[in-house]
Design a binder for this molecule. Structure first.
Ligand code: GRF
Length: 217
């Protein structure tokens, strides 16, 4: 099988990166992790990637001051050097310019810890609680220039429980993230999920006619 070469971009702990690495170990999985790249030299996920014997790279954004495009040109150069087909943002805490996003259009995906388009940005779990949401979850989407706004590939949801703290909710959502990110990458790597005219087209996924309501009563 001709596996797609994937770069996973991180800034921190890297638990989604680990989920992708584990999935990619499967012989039938259509993607391999060709590179783990961090903008922060101290990202904890780097050590895990190295322990897995994967190629790692650091492109430190602080070396480029306020020049976002210079940082991104360096980033793109490293990705090209590793002949990367697809890029997965996994807790990568840099806003990307339209230049970078267009360069990787349709090949750049992100995971966001909320059911987009609700709760774009940061502190999603606390905001979901404050809003009184009864459902929360995570979204994998194609990246477009506007933050957390790209066409949705996969979402997974969890109920919000009485007495939930932001931490408890975050932990429940994180388990969903670790399931949906490998699934979404599989669809993109197979070419079954594609960015077409600003929308996500998906082939061959059975349509579900069930509904999901929380709380259960
Ligand atoms: C995840 O919640 C992800 O959705 C968000 O940042 C967090 C990264 O966690 N974009 P990890 O580094 O993958 O553990």
């Amino acid at each position: 099988m001709d596996k797609k070469r994937v770069a996973v971009l991180i800034s921190g702990r890297g638990s989604n990166m680990t989920a992708l690495i584990e999935a990619a170990k499967g012989s039938e999985y259509p993607a391999e992790v060709a590179l783990v790249l961090s903008n922060r030299p101290d990202a904890a996920g780097l050590a895990h990637a190295r322990s897995e014997g994967l190629a790692t790279a650091i492109v430190d954004h602080t070396a480029h001051g306020k020049d976002r495009e210079a940082f991104e040109r360096a980033l793109a150069g490293v990705l090209d050097g590793h002949r990367v087909d697809l890029v997965c943002l996994a807790g990568f805490m840099r806003i990307l310019t339209p230049w970078f996003v267009e360069r990787f259009a349709g090949r750049l995906i992100n995971i966001h810890p909320a059911l987009l388009p609700a709760f774009k940005g940061l502190d999603t779990h606390a905001r979901a609680l404050a809003a009184g949401a009864t459902m929360h979850g995570a979204t994998v989407h194609f990246v477009v220039p506007e933050m957390d706004s790209g066409p949705i590939i996969v979402q997974g949801s969890v109920p919000v429980r009485a007495g939930d703290t932001a931490e408890a909710l975050a932990a429940r959502v994180l388990k969903v993230e670790h399931r949906i990110y490998p699934f979404a990458l599989r669809l993109v790597a197979q070419g079954r999920a594609r960015l077409v005219d600003g929308r996500c087209e998906i082939d061959g996924v059975a349509s579900e006619h069930g509904i999901l309501i929380a709380p259960e009563i």
